[in-house]
Design a protein around this ligand. Structure first.
Ligand code: CA
Length: 226
């Protein structure tokens, strides 16, 4: 479960954020002032931090600066009030990754959070090449070969395969694939996933009708075994 630290002093804002993030399956930690937030960020190692700028005891900007100096690399999204244009720029200068201006749409914030978490996890496990039976994959140059002969694959197919390899053995829902591979700014439907998987199987499976790499898990989604 991914951990989100919310550093915010407005009770209503905390409540709203906590509810929504917990509902989306995140573990939520809350700190209500800058100093407490600093301490929680260092002790609990959250995967992402939502950081208000106007905070008691230590401003959000100082918190962010201190976190970066102390080696905390988790994405930080600053919560700014309307009219704090200057703060936005400074926020990025102190090492924040993004900001949203209050009042913001929770849906948009969640989408950004997913995008940042996705980017952060990609940085951890970047892969360049992979061998799948007689297929060689090069993710850096988007090239594939089967038994030494070039194999045509679209960039999206490379991305799906890379995601599967990075999450080998995990049951992955279609929604998660859409979120993590297609991204929050696209709105394809789950059927799109199935179409892409079918095409991928034609290309990489020795017997596409009896897949051994991309397995269907009934009512859930897919699992990669390769
Ligand atoms: Ca505040």
């Amino acid at each position: 479960m991914q951990k989100v630290l919310i550093i915010e002093d407005e009770p209503d804002m905390v409540l709203g954020l906590q509810d929504n993030f917990e509902y989306e399956g995140y573990e939520v930690i809350v700190a209500r002032d800058g100093k407490a937030g600093m301490a929680r960020a260092l002790a609990d190692k959250p995967d992402l931090i939502l950081l208000d700028i106007m905070l008691p005891r230590m401003s959000g900007l100082d918190v962010c600066r201190h976190l970066r100096r102390n080696g905390v690399e988790a994405p930080v999204i600053m919560l700014t009030a309307r009219g704090q244009e200057i703060d936005k720029i400074i926020g990025l200068e102190v090492g924040a990754d993004d900001y949203v201006t209050k009042p913001f749409s929770i849906k948009e914030l969640l989408a950004r959070v997913r995008a940042h978490l996705r980017r952060a996890s990609k940085q951890v496990a970047e892969i360049e090449t992979y061998r799948l039976g007689d297929i060689e994959l090069n993710f850096k140059h988007y090239q594939a070969a089967k038994e030494g002969k070039p194999l045509e694959m679209s960039p999206r197919e490379f991305e799906i395969l890379k995601y599967f390899i990075q999450h080998k053995g995990e049951a992955i829902t279609r929604e998660r694939l859409l979120d993590d591979v297609w991204g929050y700014d696209c709105f394809p439907i789950t059927r799109t996933v199935d179409n892409h998987i079918a095409k991928l199987r034609q290309k990489i499976e020795p017997v596409p009708a009896e897949p051994q790499y991309i397995i269907t898990i009934h009512r859930v989604g897919y699992k990669f075994l390769g």
